[in-house]
Design a protein around this ligand. Structure first.
Ligand code: ATP
Length: 256
């Protein structure tokens, strides 16, 4: 049986009297690609903030690798975060650092490894995202949008995390580059066996790469299931949300 990597149980989050998340529950199992979709402000990022321990639930529980995140000590939280790679929406690369220094940032900051060793690790991670030594010494400003995403992903996997959270991995990219990043997310799962949670507005991405999809509306679960199940849900919100995309999201359309 597959191991549970993330378990969210009846998660509620209120901030200043506003209900941000209402009774959200789901499990993500090992090697799964699990997408969270929903309109702006529906609570997608709020869920990930609980997973990495930035927020504590108002009620309910969030367990990651079997441990309740809100009960971890600071040291345990550091250890947890080392095992979670986070790909930030805007890439969040340090503009004054070279590509290899960005990818190896964790090791430069937290270990005594030599720069040569860190550079070697960076190259190994860059190869996993189909980049090579040509980019090692480039500055982030010299990269295209798609390459920046790849470098951000290489940085997120630098410490060999068991879980990767992708925050809007295709935002700001043209449709062709978006599909390339989708393929990369799938390839990375094959290459590293990592579990992935993808927060996205991109329906094509969510319905093509995911094993399961969670649809949120104003902090509540509208649907959860395999892409086909969710696509065929009679729920009017889902039908409206998916809208015209449904035709191109048929099985043929999923042939990445
Ligand atoms: N620090 C905060 N303090 C108060 N309210 C917040 C805070 N962060 C988020 N919210 C509110 O929580 C709700 C959910 O926000 P969240 O960022 O999780 O949505 P989202 O689905 O990720 O949206 P988007 O797609 O726009 O990033 C929103 O109404 C937002 O205004």
């Amino acid at each position: 049986m597959s191991r549970t990597i993330v378990k969210v149980e009846s998660l509620y989050k209120d901030i200043e009297g506003r209900k941000i998340l209402k009774n959200v529950s789901f499990e993500v199992t090992e090697r799964e690609i699990f997408s969270i979709i929903g309109g702006s402000g529906s609570g997608k990022t709020s869920i990930t903030k609980h997973i990495i321990g930035l927020w504590k639930p108002t009620s309910g529980r969030v367990l990651v690798f079997g441990k309740e995140v809100s009960k971890l000590s600071l040291q345990e939280l550091d250890e947890l975060r080392k095992n979670i790679g986070y790909v930030f929406q805007e890439g969040a690369l340090f503009d004054s650092l070279k590509v290899w220094e960005n990818v190896g940032f964790y090791f430069l900051e937290h270990t005594n490894m030599s720069r040569r060793e860190v550079r070697d690790i960076a190259l190994e991670k860059l190869r996993l995202v189909d980049l090579d030594e040509d980019v090692l010494d480039l500055m982030p400003s010299e990269l295209s949008g798609g390459m920046r995403k790849r470098v951000s992903i290489a940085r997120a996997i630098a410490t060999d995390p068991k879980l990767i959270i992708y925050d809007e991995p295709t935002s700001g990219l043209d449709p062709i580059t978006s599909r390339v990043i989708d393929k990369l997310i799938l390839q990375l799962r094959e290459r590293t066996g990592t579990t992935a949670i993808v927060v996205t507005h991109d329906m094509i991405s969510a319905f093509t790469i995911s094993d399961r999809v969670l649809v949120l509306k104003k902090g509540e679960t509208v649907a959860i299931g395999e892409p086909e199940e969710v696509l065929n849900s009679p729920d009017p919100f889902i039908q409206e949300f998916i809208g015209d995309m449904k035709d191109c999201l048929t099985k043929q359309g999923r042939g990445l």
